[in-house]
Design a protein around this ligand. Structure first.
Ligand code: HEC
Ligand code: HEC
Length: 449
């Protein structure tokens, strides 16, 4: 650096110092104000928006693919170019050197110029690194391939450079349109990346995560209906199960009630959790935990335990928002709908046996279509027909079907509550409306007495 230039810079600095503001306290004060505003914004975001939670960790879930946040995706993608035993080079050594190089920049970069044409090497190198990071991120987050991403980046960068590079013969209008073009290009890339990622994320089934006790109870009740009612009864009252012994003989075994004070007082949440996870293989209860070959995750078992505890333990006080029953009562003259009433009853009392994957029957009851048209003896329920098979069996009458005797339902021997049987009858009478709106239309159409 020559003396002349140095003096020029110092003079300019002195001049600016006179009219300028001081770092302390002026700049610091501004910084404080802004960082305080950002702090408030963060607190607001955390309290009112929050982070979408994932289910509890489940070490037995081999299908979970962890992915870093988007701003680390480039590193994630970068690692793919390193064989396993050299991973540490890509993960720590190279990023470490780059960060150190940035930190030490003031000590080795003594170039006094700031104008970009005088800093071609530094700018070129940095563009290369940033370009690489952008390319890797795009490659990791979207279906755009590496070369395509690189080409896009080069195109945008080139346009930007061309627009910003001042040349006397270039018109302002041309520069402006080039700048616009580059901006649109950047947004187009971000947009595509976003849409692609959303599409990819949409493919993965979104896990239901419960936060409040009410939500856990609701999910737990659904899971209980699906997985446990078959053996333990809709209300945990117990029943009988058929167990096939090793020699092929079938044996009818009683299942004790689990909704009792005795059960709830002697089993804490952890024990209940373990019983569900391990099952009671010697007594005829298969394991439900993923680690033992079952189909429930850690969170799902926890929801069931919450449901059992708050439903059957008289010491547990149910939070006010969780009190309402999952099966809404019918008002006088109200027509029930599948959506609101019937599905709630079947979900609780029938679906555990009448669903996909059950070998002892082919009548699926977890959706409107199959409920009306499914089963070996279909149709089991016909609009306006009071002799429908379904109505018969829930009222305690066995029916001779094409496939043999159809037993009383539910087969546990404990009939549905009268109000639920009544609900089915009124639904069939009214023509079995699907949605609440259909049912409401029928309710109002009925002549007032
Ligand atoms: C295939 C039938 C079957 C299924 C399905 C089943 N269990 Fe069991 N369960 C049993 C049997 C049998 C016992 C032993 C009952 C006995 O001792 O009378 C039992 C026992 C229990 C006990 C009491 C254990 C004790 O010693 O206190 C609990 C609690 C329990 N089961 C919860 C559940 C839950 C929750 C589900 C649903 C996730 C479930 N079970 C699903 C058959 C089953
Ligand atoms: C514990 C298991 C279980 C539960 C709970 C249960 N079912 Fe069944 N259901 C069966 C089995 C098994 C059959 C096969 C025929 C038989 O054994 O009667 C059947 C058959 C039927 C059939 C005849 C289907 C056909 O096309 O052959 C109807 C209708 C039926 N059930 C209605 C119900 C209703 C309504 C509920 C709920 C209130 C219910 N079931 C609850 C096990 C169950």
């Amino acid at each position: 650096m020559n003396e002349e230039y140095k003096n020029k810079v110092n003079k300019k600095y002195e001049k600016n110092l006179q009219k300028g503001e001081r770092f302390w306290p002026d700049s610091i004060y501004k910084d404080l104000l802004i960082s305080f505003a950002i702090f408030i914004l963060l607190i607001g975001l955390a309290s009112f928006v929050g982070v979408h939670p994932e289910p509890k960790v489940d070490p037995t879930d081999a299908t979970y693919v962890p992915r870093p946040e988007w701003y680390f995706l480039f590193l994630f993608e970068f690692l793919k170019y390193f064989p396993g035993e050299l991973e540490w080079v890509g993960a720590t050594v190279i990023p470490g050197i780059l960060v150190a190089a940035l930190l030490l920049l003031p000590f080795y970069d003594k170039n006094p110029y700031r104008f970009y044409t005088k800093r071609t090497f530094a700018l070129g190198l940095m563009s290369f690194i940033v370009g690489g990071m952008v390319t890797l991120t795009i490659k990791a987050a979207t279906v755009i391939t590496g070369p395509m991403a690189l080409a896009l980046f080069a195109l945008v960068w080139g346009t930007l450079f061309f627009a910003l590079h001042k040349r006397p013969e270039q018109k302002t209008a041309t520069r402006k349109s080039l700048l616009w073009l580059a901006t649109i290009g950047i947004f187009a890339i971000i947009g595509t990346a976003y849409v692609q990622t959303a599409a990819l994320a949409g493919d993965e089934e979104e896990a239901v995560v419960a936060n409040t006790i009410a939500e856990k109870m609701a999910l737990g009740q659904d899971l209980y209906s699906l997985q446990c009612v078959e053996c333990h009864g809709a209300d945990g009252e117990g029943g009988t199960i058929t167990v096939t012994a090793a020699d092929g003989t079938e044996e009818l075994l009683p299942v004790k009630a689990i909704n009792t004070k005795d059960e709830m007082y002697t089993r804490n949440d952890e024990t209940l959790y373990n019983i569900i996870a391990y099952g009671q293989p010697s007594l005829g209860m298969t394991p439900f935990g993923g680690a033992y070959g079952g189909e429930l995750s850690t969170s799902e078992i926890e929801y069931i335990v919450t449901y059992l505890r708050y439903t059957w333990d008289d010491r547990a006080e149910v939070p006010a928002d969780a009190v309402s029953s999952s099966i809404p009562a019918l008002a006088e003259g109200e027509v029930p709908s599948y959506e609101v009433h019937i599905s709630a009853v079947t979900k609780r009392y029938c679906v555990s046996c009448h669903r996909e994957g059950k070998e002892n029957n082919n009548y699926i009851m977890d959706n409107y279509e199959d409920l009306l048209n499914g089963g070996d003896n279909a149709p089991n329920i016909v609009a306006g027909d009071m002799n429908s098979i379904l109505l018969q069996v829930i009222q305690g009458n066995e029916v001779n079907g094409q496939t043999g005797l159809i037993h009383v339902m539910p087969p546990s021997g404990k009939p549905l509550k009268d109000e639920y049987i009544d609900m089915f009858i009124r639904w069939v009478e009214a023509g079995m409306p699907n949605t609440a709106a259909d049912a409401a239309a029928l309710s109002t159409a009925a002549p007032a007495e």
